[in-house]
Design a binder for this molecule. Sequence first.
Ligand SMILES: [Mn+2]
Length: 312
Amino acid sequence: MLSDPTSRPAGFVPFLGAETVHYEAVTPGSVAVIGIPGATPYRSGSCHSEAAPAAIRSASAPQAARRGHYDFDLGGPLLRAQDTLVDCGDIAFDPADFVGNRARIEAVYTSLLERGAAPLLLGGDDSVQIPALSAFAARGEISILQVDAHIDWRDEVEGERFGLSSTMRRASELSGVKAIVQVGAHGIGSAREAEVADARAAGAQLIDMRTLRAKGIAHAAQCVPAGRPVVVCFDVDGFDPSVVPGVLGRAPGGLGFGDVVDLLNGVAERAPIIGFNIVEFVPQQDVGGLGTRTVCRLAMLAAGLLARGVQR
Ligand SMILES: [Mn+2]
């Protein structure tokens, strides 16, 4: 990289009181927070989640003093004495250079993974995950646990193949991605019958909300193969909109926070979680700060799970 792809804007508040560390200076076993406001928006769209990283970080600040306290959602201290949490700032979004955006994300991720860090991605829309997943899959075999109201299996939208509706299809094309478990689909999204068929034909396990209600959270967790490292791809529209109203399209019938706690713990018991992406939060659409608080708690839980996964 010719210039530093990361930056910390004026008034930058690191996540959960983390030390601010350049991405090329993280140490092995660290949980590394990285904000990515955007990558590949559609022509008709916008960078709708660009305010999310700062909103999540701000919400976490009052919790920083308690980060070593007992977290009942994890059954232990959120961060233990041996855990290292750092914040690497944001990867700048260039509205005129989508190829460059993706290249910067992949380069920063490759560097973080080479250094033995577990990245905690604060997005950004769903498109920011595509280059991050490329970096993971280039380094070893992974499973993906996607939580999302949508399956994101479109080959293209408006001619764009790297946009937010194509994340899981692009992931499926990576040779290092050995399993895709998709939990939480409900309502209507970009998928048509053909995309659902394509996903199933490619081996993705689709556990939509109706299936989840019928078979339970434990079943969903057990669909993730034991032992192989997991990257969690969490679109917050997988939550019910009564839990996180701040999303692009509110789709009733999603997950509660407790469902997510049980699902993530169930997966973490089976396999190490080595990456965690939180995308599609739109703080401007939140109601009374409710969703910001919930997404911040999700990020805190993710930090605790990553710390346990990366040191396993
Ligand atoms: Mn979605």
